[in-house]
Design a protein around this ligand. Structure first.
Ligand SMILES: NC(=O)c1ccc[n+]([C@@H]2O[C@H](COP(=O)([O-])OP(=O)(O)OC[C@H]3O[C@@H](n4cnc5c(N)ncnc54)[C@H](O)[C@@H]3O)[C@@H](O)[C@H]2O)c1
Length: 178
């Protein structure tokens, strides 16, 4: 299980992120999965599984999720597909990633806007209850179990469905012009 991320400049907009900050985010948050699969692949049984955690900022612009963390998550999702192929052929293991909805963990609280992200999801997702960590854990247990033996190289959303939405439910009133 790969469940770590770090972006020292996460509070900066991508456009203001230094090269060092950007590379640090990709190194800690994405390359670490590559090195993990390389190190553990030879030790794992065939049929074993690797899972990681990603976030929708990889594919949609999320204001405030900066510092190259969106780039790191895009890399993590792409690497999940390539590692699934390579580690599948080499070791017979599966590699998937879970795109979780916002949750006020210690790391997420460092972003500075996590409460807004959680509130936005409650207001706009198909399922309006707050996401529980146990829901992410249950999906992970499924993905790492033999029940998911045919699933590899995928990004699975555990986010109360917010990824499916293309328009906000609240805040849709267009301000009067002039
Ligand atoms: N919380 C959310 O809203 C949310 C949403 C989607 C995805 N995720 C992802 O879930 C994963 C776990 O994060 P979390 O939100 O549960 O927070 P968390 O604070 O519980 O976990 C983050 C972990 O990363 C570790 N870490 C940080 N920098 C590291 C480094 N350089 N080397 C090794 N370990 C390091 C920390 O020690 C910590 O254990 C991350 O990949 C995060 O991006 C979180």
């Amino acid at each position: 299980m790969h469940s770590l991320a770090n972006g020292p400049e996460v509070k900066k907009a991508l456009i203001d992120t230094s090269r060092a900050g950007y590379l640090a985010a990709v190194s800690a948050s994405a390359y670490s999965l590559v090195s993990m699969v390389r190190a553990f692949g030879p030790l794992m049984r065939r049929g074993g599984a690797v899972a990681s955690l990603t976030y929708m900022a990889s594919e949609k612009a999320i204001p405030g999720y900066g510092g190259g963390m969106s780039s790191a998550k895009a890399a993590l999702e792409s690497d999940t597909r390539v590692l699934a192929f390579e580690a599948g052929r080499r070791y017979g293991i599966r590699v998937n990633t879970i795109s979780a909805g916002p949750y006020a963990s210690r790391a997420a609280s460092a972003i500075g806007i996590i409460d807004d992200m959680v509130t936005y999801c409650e207001g706009n997702a198909p399922l309006t209850e707050r996401l529980e960590a146990t829901e992410v854990g249950a999906a992970t247990a499924f993905l790492c179990s033999p029940l998911a033996s045919g699933i590899t190289g995928t990004t699975i959303y555990v986010d109360k469905g917010i990824h499916a939405m293309g328009m906000a439910v609240d805040g849709t009133t267009v301000p009067a012009r002039g």
